[in-house]
Write a protein that binds this ligand. Structure first.
Ligand code: DGY
Length: 498
């Protein structure tokens, strides 16, 4: 993707002057390897990667992103990570939120562990009963782009293509109650974004019910806020106890219905307390549709090609139901009330698809500017709106920056900038890229899970997989655009590059 005439000279200067410590890329890849354990699953040896110190399992969207990061070392290793994630796939195609590779470890160190979920993959491994944003198909294409040599293993790629296809199919067959191509999520953990301000009105409504109020919950079950070996207690960075009571309540609701949203006759139930057309899930679903449509030319059957195209156009057309013109963003929709929710960093993932018009992409780029420059925020992209009264700079998804979300948003902005030949959108993509890299650089190689958007301070787990992957990919974008800048010559103001 080229630079464009008319880009801001300041942004090009910032790009030109950005230099990263050479050792950081090795640290990032090293984090993924250090978070790896050798385990035996169903009699076979596997290298499984946990996202970070708090999380003893293979998480659905984490694994797909890890696969992209690993491809910067070896595409083959990236494919292997997708293969491991596929071990958690259920009979009907769901890639789970969590595949527990060591049930004893998980029951001891994580809440809720496999004893609470009581759920199994098609081949009998313990999993959680939910899914996560479908990054799988998107990741498969990325691996092959990053390391085309991985395509030599054609059988393996075809096998993973089929896993990805069946996963997309699961969303359309099991989670599309309105038949519009906008799928529904039934638990905040499924959206990957547990506690953003976005869900507050829904939680408030559920909290008012007798069923919720009568549910006993002892916060001592939580294992994520224990004091770690360095004496740190990160309770201020994690969701509140009140949020955990909500997560547990919603877990019981879906578990009681066999982790399905259909009744015994296969009809969609309408009484799920949390039933949201989540913008993150629908964006990644569409990004994966588009990736798989391209891959299907080589790896798909004619029927798979037809189905992928059908899903892709349906979701694309319906996505406008998630557009809030007043806010200037795509937002999640609460299907209980029919209302759109707050904007979040998840909103910007829609940019990584062919959904937005130039007007919509430009409005979202403008909104990013607004978030960054009006509320004391120094870095892109806050996870909840910084002008909201309940914005919190360090608590999980209530404000902090998740560089992995920044990575997909940056990818989207750069893509939309090129697609519409719009230099302002491209500039915003570069700005998100540079901000994210600067955050990791300031963190001095700690690769924290998330970052305070005002001070840049790292929060949550260290040596985190998501952050390492975002760093690896955004560094490659940095190199690409620096090379483009050099190739265009050091022209005054950078205004004539192309
Ligand atoms: C956690 O345990 O914090 C995760 O966000 C659940 O997926």
């Amino acid at each position: 993707m080229p630079l464009l005439p008319g880009q801001s000279p300041e942004m090009l200067d910032r790009l030109r002057n950005m230099d990263l410590p050479a050792s950081f890329a090795d640290t990032a890849l090293g984090n993924l390897e250090n978070n790896t354990s050798q385990v035996t699953l169903n009699g076979q040896p596997y290298n499984v990667i946990r996202p970070g110190e708090l999380y003893p399992g293979v998480w659905g969207w984490d694994a797909a992103f890890h696969a992209i990061g690993l491809a910067y070392g070896s595409g083959e290793r990236g494919l292997e990570e997708l293969e491991i994630s596929a071990l958690g796939q259920t009979e009907d195609g769901r890639i789970p939120q969590i595949l527990f590779y060591d049930a004893e470890l998980a029951n001891r160190t994580y809440y809720p562990g496999p004893n609470m979920w009581e759920c199994e993959s098609a081949n009998g491994l313990p999993i959680s009963g939910l899914s996560q944003p479908p990054v799988y198909g998107f990741a498969l294409e990325k691996i092959l782009e990053i390391d085309p040599a991985a395509e030599q293993n054609e059988d393996k790629v075809r096998e993973l293509f089929n896993v990805a296809y069946n996963y997309q199919k699961w969303w359309y067959e099991e989670r599309d109650p309105e038949g519009t191509g906008l799928v529904v999520s039934i638990h905040p953990w499924e959206t990957g974004r547990d506690n953003p301000i976005e869900w507050d009105p829904i939680f408030k409504r559920i909290r008012a019910t007798d069923e919720f109020q009568d549910m006993p919950f002892d916060p001592a079950v939580r294992k994520d806020i224990r004091i770690d070996e360095h004496g740190n207690n990160n309770a201020k960075h994690r969701p509140s106890d009140e949020a955990y009571k909500m997560f547990t309540h919603l877990l019981h609701k879906v578990k009681d219905n066999g982790y399905s949203i259909k009744d015994a006759d296969g009809e969609y139930r309408k009484d799920f307390p949390f039933a949201v057309q989540d913008v993150t899930i629908n964006s990644m679903l569409q990004a994966s549709n588009e990736a798989l449509i391209r891959l299907s030319e080589r790896y798909g059957t004619p029927e798979q090609q037809r189905e992928l195209r059908r899903w892709g156009s349906q979701t694309r057309e319906s996505f406008n139901h998630l557009w809030n013109d007043e806010a200037g963003a795509f937002q999640s929709r609460d299907t209980t009330t029919g209302k759109l929710t707050e904007t979040s960093n998840g909103s910007f993932l829609a940019l990584a698809t062919s959904v937005p018009s130039e007007y919509q992409a430009a409005r979202m780029a403008h909104l990013l500017d607004d978030w960054k420059h009006k509320h004391g925020v120094k870095y892109h992209i806050c996870s909840s709106p910084p002008d909201h009264a309940d914005f919190n700079t360090e608590r999980y998804w209530r404000g902090p920056i998740w560089t992995i979300v920044n990575y997909v948003a940056a990818e989207g902005l750069l893509m939309q900038g090129a697609r519409f030949e719009n230099p302002a959108i491209l500039d915003k993509g570069l700005e998100v890229t540079l901000d994210s890299l600067e955050l990791v650089q300031m963190d001095g190689g700690a690769f924290h899970e998330y970052h305070n958007p005002v001070t840049g301070k790292g929060c949550g787990a260290k040596s985190f997989g998501f952050t390492s992957v975002a760093f690896l990919d955004l560094t490659s974008k940095l190199t690409h655009y620096k090379t483009a800048l050099e190739a265009a010559g050091e022209k005054p103001g950078g205004t004539t590059v192309g």
